[in-house]
Structure formats: structure tokens, C-alpha cells
Design a protein. Structure first.
Ligand SMILES: Nc1nc2c(ncn2[C@@H]2O[C@H](COP(=O)(O)OP(=O)(O)OP(=O)(O)O)[C@@H](O)[C@H]2O)c(=O)[nH]1
Length: 212
């Protein structure tokens, strides 16, 4: 998927990783960028990682914002500016923590509210599936929620599989790319219509002048 040959053109995307405390946000970012799983991650502030990846033969410059969960904060929602900034969202929960699963719906609603539109590229990731003994959220529950929210869904273990992490993030990048293309097409259509209107107005003005 990320071979180095035949790159087409350069693109950019801003991804935001959201989720409850300790569900594996930083582990996922580090795994995607470095392919490594370190185990313990120490950060209390939002961190933006920058990297360049090849996805479907297209080089893409990524900015990935690893957020700190502030959904339960009393302050007027501090997560909103992070959401406003992003093009695509990865919401992660841990299959060993039901409250992290319950946060998914609230986070998705917040994204829809801040972006003021539905259909924003969003991928839901159920993490820590290596901890089968501690599982409290069934795969089917995650799948059903993702289906209701019209999001792609991946159950994986950041600890065990770099490939699974790459698959989930690349899916998000593809969805962002589709949204970009739709946006560009809409802009082109709008600009073509404006040009036509302008040309029509000019023609009308000319024909009126001839009548006089
Ligand atoms: N067993 C297992 N542990 C994991 C996995 N992913 C992350 N962890 C562990 O879960 C803990 C929390 O991971 P982080 O990546 O710091 O989680 P976070 O969501 O960034 O946490 P906050 O910074 O509190 O928001 C760490 O001890 C990780 O090693 C996984 O797939 N399996």
C-alpha cells in the first residue's frame, strides 16, 4: 500500500484522533508514524505529528492531531477548535472500557455539530482486542454503532498489529480524499455557472444596446 514507486501528486490532510482517556490515541499515532509500539506514552497536551505517506500511489502530507480527552470538561467545549481544524476524524475506544465506547456517540455528535454537516470522514476504531479477558464491549456493538453513524469500523490491537493500524488510517485518508474531490467538483461547477451567468449578462446587455 505504501510502496515508493509511481507517486502521482502531492496532497495534504489534517486528521484528528479523538477518544476517551487511555484508550490508545497516542499509541495509535506513534504506531502509524513509526510502526513501533512503545507501551507507555507520556503527554498531557495535544500534540500534532507531521509525516509524509504514500497511499494508493499518491504522496500525502499528513498532520495528525493527538487530542487529550476534554469532553467532560466544565469549560465551554475546548475540543471544538481541534474539530474545526480537522478534515477527517478517527474516534478510538477500548474494548476493555465501556465508558470509552459510550464517548464515541458524543464525539461523533460533536463533530457533526461543529462541522454543521453530516458525512464528515470519520473512522471508528475499537482498540485493545488483544485483551480478550478484559473485554466488555463486543465487536457487534461497535459494528452496529458504526453502521448507525455511517462510519467505517475497525477492531484491532495497536499493540499487536501495525498493519491493522495502517489499514484504518489509510481508509480515513481515502475518505478525506473523496470529500476533497467532491468539494473541488462543486467549486468548479460553481465557477462554471458564474462564468456562464457573466457571459449571458454580457450578451443581454449587448442585445439591449442593439435594440436602442
Ligand atoms: N494491551 C494493549 N494495551 C494498549 C493498546 N494500545 C494502547 N495500550 C496501552 O494503553 C495505555 C494508554 O495508551 P495511550 O496511547 O497513552 O492512550 P491515550 O488515549 O493517548 O491516553 P491519554 O493520553 O490519557 O488520552 C498505555 O499503557 C498503552 O500501552 C493495545 O492495543 N493493547
Amino acid at each position: 500500500m505504501m510502496d515508493s514507486g509511481g507517486a502521482r501528486n502531492m496532497a495534504k490532510a489534517k486528521l484528528v484522533v479523538l477518544g476517551h482517556d487511555s484508550c490508545g490515541k497516542t499509541a495509535l499515532c506513534v504506531r502509524f508514524i513509526t510502526m513501533r509500539f512503545i507501551g507507555e506514552y507520556d503527554h498531557e497536551k495535544e500534540v500534532t505529528y507531521r509525516c509524509r505517506k504514500l497511499v494508493d500511489k499518491e504522496v500525502i502530507d499528513l498532520e495528525i492531531l493527538d487530542t487529550v480527552n476534554k469532553l467532560e470538561s466544565q469549560v465551554a467545549n475546548p475540543m471544538e477548535s481541534s474539530i474545526r481544524w480537522g478534515d477527517g476524524f478517527l474516534i478510538i475506544y477500548s474494548v476493555t472500557d465501556r465508558s470509552s465506547f459510550e464517548s464515541v456517540l458524543r464525539l461523533k455528535r460533536l463533530i457533526d455539530h461543529v462541522k454543521r454537516t453530516l458525512g464528515i470522514p470519520t473512522v471508528i476504531v475499537a482498540n485493545k482486542c488483544d485483551m480478550e479477558n478484559g473485554r466488555v464491549v463486543r465487536r457487534e456493538e461497535g459494528q452496529a454503532l458504526a453502521g448507525d453513524l455511517r462510519c467505517s469500523f475497525f477492531e484491532l490491537s495497536v499493540a499487536e498489529s501495525a498493519t491493522a493500524v495502517e489499514t484504518a488510517v489509510c481508509q480515513l485518508i481515502r475518505e478525506v480524499r473523496v470529500e476533497f474531490s467532491k468539494h473541488i467538483l462543486a467549486m468548479e461547477k460553481c465557477s462554471r455557472m458564474l462564468q456562464m451567468r457573466h457571459a449571458l449578462k454580457k450578451k443581454l446587455r449587448r442585445s439591449k444596446t442593439m435594440q436602442w
